[in-house]
Design a protein. Structure first.
Length: 192
């Protein structure tokens, strides 16, 4: 697998660059934001890379940062979102803006991207909302004893429609001896 490409920029086109590394020219499809980070022809660049193998083609995608590559992989894991649509999304907004739109459930923001309709936007939010936190930190949950009041309260808040990240945030300032007391304190904090 090709994880990154470092070399001299041979060509810059609208949606891709060709980088020569060790005598081989690699064509990397890139977002507009990554293209802004690519130096002029003759300059040296390092791009994070992702090789996408399809039945009829093998294409290499390049990214200025690891966070953009991570989000690209998350986007393409959603049914109906292929590499071209993911690049269009990454061209239209920064990684932080995309993650913010995922966390806030901003359907309209995603629907502005060519190739993303209402259903695809809904799928993106449902499938990816709980996988990111602001700043690109993946969501990691700790295992807790099944009878732990904090764990039960967390599951209760998730059942009420809060994301795991929101539930954790609400419970961080809550105090109580039972799951019911913790949920009540968390909801009071949310209403404040």
């Amino acid at each position: 697998m090709i994880a990154s490409v470092t070399g001299t920029v041979l060509f810059r086109e609208l949606d891709h660059v060709v980088v020569e590394a060790a005598g081989v020219g690699y064509q990397l499809n890139v977002s507009a934001r990554t293209m802004d980070a690519v130096p002029a022809t003759g300059g040296v660049v390092t791009l994070h890379a992702e090789l996408v193998v399809r039945e009829d083609a093998m294409q290499l995608y390049g990214f200025a940062g690891a966070d953009e590559k991570r989000l690209f992989n998350q986007l393409t894991s959603v049914s109906g979102v292929g590499p071209k649509v993911a690049l269009a999304l990454l061209s239209g907004m920064t990684v932080a803006e995309a993650e913010g739109a995922l966390l806030s459930g901003d359907l309209a923001r995603f629907q502005k991207v060519p190739g993303i309709g209402k259903r695809t936007a809904e799928r993106l939010i449902v499938e990816l909302k709980d996988k990111v936190l602001p700043g690109g930190t993946p969501v990691v949950t700790r295992a807790a004893a099944p009878d732990d009041p904090r764990s039960i309260a967390r599951e209760g808040l998730i059942g009420l429609g809060y994301s795991p990240a929101e539930a954790d945030g609400l419970l961080s300032g809550a105090s109580g001896d039972s799951a019911e007391a913790l949920i009540a304190a968390a909801l009071r904090g949310a209403a404040a």
